[in-house]
Design a protein around this ligand. Structure first.
Ligand code: HEM
Ligand SMILES: CC(C)=CCC/C(C)=C/CC/C(C)=C/COP(=O)(O)OP(=O)(O)O
Length: 285
């Protein structure tokens, strides 16, 4: 379809899921600041490279998923579903962006580039193509894609992968199921219609709420343990916000409705953001 380059850019900006990219960038920033030493050029490289690569991966995801997105109300207006961007075009443009983003990571070092590429490849091949249509563990394993952002940020400063970066990545990995199952519980019908076996589609609401609570409880030690590298002020902040997150999980457990699941989802991104921002600020001052 012939549209102006400006409109085309808007389609691609939408397809890149910018609301998710900022948190991935924040994870990369937290990884970088966790090292305690900042190399400015490398920091810029990992942020620009990570943004292009994650945006590109999302565009490939939407190219691959046109038939699933078509069926779900939440995703039915995407430029790919509307026919504004074809499957082939989304896959080519998205993979090119993933490639360029990974190459920009090379400005920092090869390990950074590798983690950026790994994040995109896990999201596209392991999550989107392999597990999403087949297994309720799809987003559990897919969570490693988010961890890769933190590992890339850490590697950009140190050219290394250490226990500290492993733990930050595991926080994101452990956070992902609670984040996503809350959303899937709210949009249970959508996922069911599309035949995607998200856990809340397969289980009664009460059991889904139980898994969300369990996964959030299991995540909290990973949130707190980072105090070893960040200090007591971080521990206090992480404890307070973890308690708030748990409160939302228990409210959902008591009242496992779509509305309560939506609240649990809406608190999950700010929760992770606050912990990551606290880590960054404490490391700066
Ligand atoms: C496989 C793992 C994940 C799945 C399946 C998932 C799924 C989703 C979905 C479907 C949305 C709604 C998107 C929309 O329509 O706008 C969303 C929102 C979001 N996700 Fe995730 N996500 C995952 C991991 C992550 C990770 C690792 C991060 C960042 C570290 C992240 C950050 C966000 C943010 C910031 C939002 C927007 C929240 C809002 O609208 O309030 N997600 N996620
Ligand atoms: C370092 C690096 C490049 C990391 C990239 C990792 C990455 C893109 C993680 C995102 C995970 C995510 C937002 C999934 C969305 O689910 P979905 O696709 O099922 O959502 P949908 O139902 O809205 O299509």
């Amino acid at each position: 379809m012939a549209v102006s380059p400006r409109i085309r850019l808007i389609y691609y900006a939408k397809l890149s899921k910018p609301r998710i990219i900022w948190l991935l960038d924040l994870a990369a920033l937290a990884g970088a600041f966790l090292t305690g030493k900042i190399l400015l050029i490398n920091l810029i490289a990992v942020l620009i490279g990570g943004t292009l690569a994650s945006g590109g991966s999302m565009i490939v995801n939407e190219g691959v998923e046109i038939d699933r997105d078509k069926v779900m109300k939440r995703t039915s207006k995407r430029p790919t579903v509307m026919g504004y961007v074809s499957k082939k075009e989304a896959i080519i443009v998205g993979s090119t962006l993933l490639g360029i983003g990974s190459l920009i990571g090379l400005i920092a070092n090869p390990l950074t580039a590798l983690f950026i590429l790994l994040g995109g490849l896990i999201y596209i091949f392991v999550y989107t193509i392999w597990l999403k249509p087949r297994s309720p563990l799809n987003i559990v394993i897919g969570g490693f894609a988010g961890s890769a952002a933190a590992w890339a940020g850490y590697a950009a400063m140190t050219n290394n992968f250490t226990l500290a970066s492993l733990l930050l990545g595991l926080l994101i990995f452990m956070w992902t199921p609670g984040h996503f199952w809350s959303l899937a519980l709210k949009f249970k019908e959508d996922y069911s219609k599309a035949g995607i076996p998200m856990l809340p589609v397969l289980l009664p609401e009460k059991s889904a709420a139980k898994y969300i609570a369990i996964s959030n409880i299991l995540m909290i030690p990973f949130a707190l343990i980072l105090y070893l590298y960040v200090g007591m002020i971080y521990l206090v902040i992480a404890s307070i916000f973890s308690a708030i997150l748990l409160l939302f999980s228990f409210k959902l457990l008591k009242n496992p409705t779509g509305e309560e699941a939506w609240r649990s989802f809406k608190i999950s991104a700010p929760y992770l953001a606050i912990l990551l921002i606290a880590l960054i600020i404490i490391k700066i001052v």
